[in-house]
Design a protein around this ligand. Sequence first.
Ligand code: ATP
Ligand code: MG
Length: 134
Amino acid sequence: MIVKDSGSLPVRIEQDVVLARQLARKLAGECGMRLVDLTKLVTAVSELARNTVVYGGGGDMDWEVLDDIGRLGLRLVFRDEGPGIPDLKLALTDGWTSGSGMGLGLTGARRLVHEFELDTVPGEGTRVTITRWA
Ligand SMILES: Nc1ncnc2c1ncn2[C@@H]1O[C@H](COP(=O)(O)OP(=O)(O)OP(=O)(O)O)[C@@H](O)[C@H]1O
Ligand SMILES: [Mg+2]
């Protein structure tokens, strides 16, 4: 597997969520993703970027266009240096929120991609990595 292209986008304020969606849509299109797959990825991006802003206190979205023997994919890393998630199992439970959300962002995003990884250290931050193949 090779990385064809990569970059990073700041995700600090609510408006950056829109930019993250737009960038993900563009890159997914370049990977040759069909509209239905592209829409799934962009929905996951919305949820994760919003969490980065709301709970993580802002962070970045790193992106990589991957090529696995001709099959293209997009890997995105949402990382922040916020408070972290003390109880990961709880956070990955449908309907659980520490705030006033619906508690469906993480679980929803997980279902919309092919690979989902969540690393978090309380007091240090959170990193969510997702991959969707075309
Ligand atoms: N980047 C993050 N940093 C710290 N805590 C987080 C982060 N992302 C998620 N969480 C925690 O995990 C919980 C679940 O997140 P999830 O996105 O599933 O739901 P929500 O944001 O509360 O509601 P919804 O996304 O449905 O509006 C959040 O309420 C928050 O406590
Ligand atoms: Mg959320």
